[in-house]
Design a protein around this ligand. Structure first.
Ligand code: KIV
Length: 256
């Protein structure tokens, strides 16, 4: 297996081969997903919830992102690596560039992901002009939401539908190499996927996107703040992990 490049990921869209992406925060899970052949690993600021046990992603710092990005880079050889710019790490162009440079490079990530509002899309342009590969993120942007209980599908009315399409086109025009669409209506996700030449990766946005991204703890049914609604029907708690822990506890107790 060779190291995945952005060109390889773009070719997957052209060939209509689903793009796979999982979040990752440490070397061991990165190695596992990498060996399974996942295309992209995202060092997501969802680590605020699943690693730190917070109710949202807001407290995640640049130092934490750097630490987890290094760990994932150590554990993986093949997947394309994307690291999140956490809340307040891109308050202006200069800060965004300085922080992106900390996450990108040898033994670090290949691309940064940024949750810009429509008014902040010029930051993407600035980063791309400064040779930083960027992934956009539209729809639900967890950095602007207090907790999962405020998640609500976006794009279910005509105004939101049109705004999302406009925003996706602007993100592409600004030079983003990929875009994540979180918790948007399937019809608008499908439309964006057909309009954009860059790959569209969905989460909670139906199955018509070029690829899908999942928080790794969600697919194991392990996430600290519960499994998201769109996975609940298909995702059963994986008891194998509980069984392994229980077996270890029982065995240890047995010999005392
Ligand atoms: O931080 C994260 O894990 C993310 C995914 C939910 C796309 O942004």
């Amino acid at each position: 297996m060779t190291k995945k490049t952005l060109k390889i990921i773009h070719d997957l869209k052209k060939k209509k081969q689903g793009i796979t992406s999982l979040t990752s925060y440490d070397a061991s899970f990165a190695k596992l997903a990498d060996q399974c052949g996942v295309d992209i690993l995202l060092i997501g600021d969802s680590l605020g919830e699943v690693i730190k046990g917070d109710k949202n992603t807001h407290s995640v710092t640049m130092n934490e992102m750097i630490y987890h990005t290094k760990n994932v880079a150590s554990g993986s050889n093949h997947a394309y690596l994307i690291a999140d710019l956490p809340k307040h790490s891109f308050d202006n162009n200069k800060i965004a560039l300085m922080n992106s440079k900390k996450l990108i490079g040898k033994s670090m990530a290949d691309m940064v992901k940024i949750e810009t509002s429509i008014q902040e899309i010029n930051i993407i342009k600035f980063l791309v002009n400064n040779k930083i590969p960027v992934c956009g993120h539209i729809g639900i942007r967890p950095q602007s939401i207090k907790s999962k209980k405020y998640y609500k599908k976006v794009g279910t009315n005509i105004k939101e539908y049109n705004n999302l399409i406009k925003e996706a086109l602007l993100v592409q025009e600004a030079g983003a190499g990929l875009i994540i669409v979180e918790c948007i209506a399937e019809e608008v996700a499908q439309k964006i996927t057909s309009l954009l030449s860059i790959p569209v990766i969905g989460i909670g946005s139906g199955n018509k996107c070029d690829g899908q991204i999942r928080v790794i703890y969600d697919i194991f049914g392990l996430s600290f703040n519960g499994t998201p609604g769109f996975l609940k029907k298909t995702q059963k708690k994986i008891n194998i992990l509980e069984n392994v822990i229980s077996k270890y506890i029982n065995n240890t107790k047995k010999y005392k």
